[in-house]
Design a binder for this molecule. Structure first.
Ligand code: ATP
Length: 271
């Protein structure tokens, strides 16, 4: 049970249906004078069946948070759970299996294998794991992502947006409990980017998936249900049912704080 105070803290949700959870998550890089505190005692609940965006200035800890939640990076202190399994303290082999079974990843570079066709790329992680895809689920994913008539094409025969859709399908194919997307629209033009965001949205709404997306783009964040704002390694704010305008306004406040702390005039005076 979470305490009433915890329920109102940014980034914390009521304690049921949690896909990932962190408590006191702290990550330091380096030591001594060059040490960087990338995450500073972060508490966060990722709610199942929702689309969560993570935003914040460059260097605020977004990627580090995602990597620690996904078990791709070790933590310096604190605890992380995927579903009800605590991953902090797991051995690398157990962690690899857990990641493979429970998590789908989408990165900015799609990491498609050029010699495999779209379908083979989509099922590759499951093939490696020696698991058979659930045919009905795979069909739904392929149709939702509009890839039915592109399955035999190789990546070089697909547009950037189509390649990203294949990467999205690959992340969804094993029906993971959680999808982590790091700047999934970063390399795409705005139309293809919108497509991918639409598909992630549909993955949540129609397929019941859980998505965590790191982004710099307020327009992308507006597709989510909840935006978590990171500043200096802490969750400093959250926004439900975001709009691009509201997210942009919130992000501008980071610039004002930074400008003030650096002792230079506020940006308004520069414009
Ligand atoms: N491997 C590393 N070694 C040392 N410092 C690191 C390492 N990775 C990240 N950092 C530092 O940790 C802090 C958080 O980095 P992180 O990449 O999580 O930020 P971010 O919000 O994702 O940034 P960006 O928006 O620029 O991608 C930064 O100060 C960064 O320089």
């Amino acid at each position: 049970m979470s305490t009433p105070a915890a329920e109102h803290a940014p980034g914390l949700a009521p304690a049921d249906g949690i896909a990932a959870r962190a408590r006191g998550l702290t990550k330091a890089y380096g030591s001594g004078e060059t040490a960087v505190l990338a995450l500073d005692a972060v508490d966060v609940d990722v709610v199942r069946g929702r689309f969560t965006a993570v935003m914040g200035p460059s260097g605020s800890g977004k990627s580090t948070l995602m990597h620690c939640l996904a078990g791709l990076d070790t933590v310096s202190a604190g605890r992380v759970w995927l579903g009800d399994v605590e991953i902090t303290g797991l051995k690398e082999r157990e962690l690899t299996r857990l990641r493979r079974d429970r998590i789908g990843f989408m990165f900015q570079s799609f990491n498609l294998i050029p010699t495999l066709n779209a379908l083979e790329n989509i099922t590759l992680p499951m093939d490696i794991a020696g698991r058979k895809p659930d045919a009905e689920w795979l069909d739904r994913v392929i149709d939702t992502l509009g890839l039915r008539d592109r399955l035999r094409h190789r990546p070089s025969q697909l547009s950037g947006g189509q390649q990203q859709r294949v990467a999205c399908a690959r992340a969804l194919a094993s029906r993971p409990e959680l999808i982590f997307a790091d700047e999934p629209t970063g390399n795409l033009d705005s139309r293809a980017g919108l497509e991918v965001l639409g598909f992630l949205r549909e993955a949540v709404d129609r397929l019941g998936q859980t998505v965590v997306m790191v982004t710099h783009d307020p327009g992308a964040a507006a597709h989510s249900d909840l935006v978590l704002f990171l500043g200096d390694g802490r969750i400093v704010d959250e926004m439900r049912r975001p709009t691009a305008e509201a997210v942009l306004e919130r992000m501008k406040r980071f610039d004002v704080i930074r400008t003030r702390s650096e002792g230079t005039p506020a940006p308004a005076e520069e414009n």
